[in-house]
Design a protein. Structure first.
Length: 61
């Protein structure tokens, strides 16, 4: 039981040392992540459509 208490005391100490991002920075990071998700989503959808069109064209030959 003593080891568990010591472990959680260490966890609490480490969490207090963490430098949490400011609200402004968090907003910037969130927007960047969402833009990357949208970009790669569009990229893969377009890639899939192009590959499907090429395969359909090749089957018609």
């Amino acid at each position: 039981m003593q080891k568990i208490k010591k472990f959680f005391a260490g966890v609490k100490k480490e969490v207090s040392r963490v430098r949490w991002p400011q609200k402004k920075d968090m907003l910037k990071y969130s927007i960047a992540v969402l833009l990357c998700i949208v970009f790669f989503g569009v990229f893969f959808v377009l890639s899939d459509l192009i590959i499907a069109a090429i395969r359909t064209f090749m089957e018609g030959l």
